[in-house]
Write a new protein. Structure first.
Lengths: 111, 114
């Protein structure tokens, strides 16, 4: 079966740095995505990792370790608008190339 | 640039009624899929399609049917609605042969079954 775990909720302060972890155990792996989802809206793409290491994109960075089944999303210089859910999803290398999602982490940014 | 369009945005059904959730994409993507999102459970795959005329079941297919007669459209049918199908439904599309293969999501359909 597929198992993807991430914390349910996190709270951080505006201007700070926060790290959201994701661990996975899946049968087949073709990459890992992070999506951002504001309340009542659709998920939107943040990052994609298929090789080990860090991918940096502005204030957001994502890290992957395939041997450990572990990823994290790092958000720097937090802004109030970063309050949202962050979804970790594994791309499976099955026929449909489908995504399997974790439960999501709801991040609350406080002033 | 419409992307992925879902209709309706909101729907209330009575138990036992049937309905179709519409999904259309204008990006010529081969892959399309339907997910449901329930509180605390993330997105779960219902059905998916890798091209016109080809569909397959995901993690939670019971009570739902799909068809893919064209590349653009991928409707989801609820055969006999049940309260357990109260959820937010998202349609997504992706282009599998691009390096990123990111999925693009529609705005969602919030369904309540009473």
């Amino acid at each position: 079966g597929q198992n993807i775990d991430q914390p349910t909720e996190m709270t951080a302060t505006e201007g700070a740095i926060v790290q959201i972890n994701c661990t996975y155990q899946t049968s087949g792996f073709n990459g890992l995505f992070w999506y951002q989802q504001h309340a009542g809206e659709a998920p939107t793409f943040l990052s994609y990792n298929v090789l080990d290491g860090l991918e940096e994109k502005g204030r957001f960075s994502s890290f992957l370790s395939r041997s450990k089944g572990y990823s994290y999303l790092l958000l720097k210089e937090l802004q109030m608008k970063d309050s949202a859910s962050y979804l970790c999803a594994v791309l499976l290398n099955n026929a449909g190339n489908m995504l399997t999602f974790g439960g999501g982490t709801r991040l609350m940014v406080k002033p | 640039n419409a992307g992925v369009t879902q209709t309706p945005k909101f729907q209330v059904l009575k138990t036992g009624q049937s309905m179709t959730l519409q999904c259309a994409q204008d990006m010529n993507h081969e892959y399309m899929s339907w997910y449901r999102q329930d509180p605390g459970m993330g997105l779960r795959l219902i059905h998916y399609s890798v091209g016109a005329g080809i569909t397959d079941q995901g993690e939670v297919p019971n009570g739902y049917n799909v068809s893919r007669s064209t590349t653009e459209d991928f409707p989801l049918r609820l055969l006999s609605a049940a309260p357990s199908q109260t959820s937010v439904y998202f349609c997504a599309s992706s282009a599998p042969h691009r390096a990123n293969t990111e999925a693009f999501f529609g705005q969602g359909t919030r369904l309540t079954v009473v």
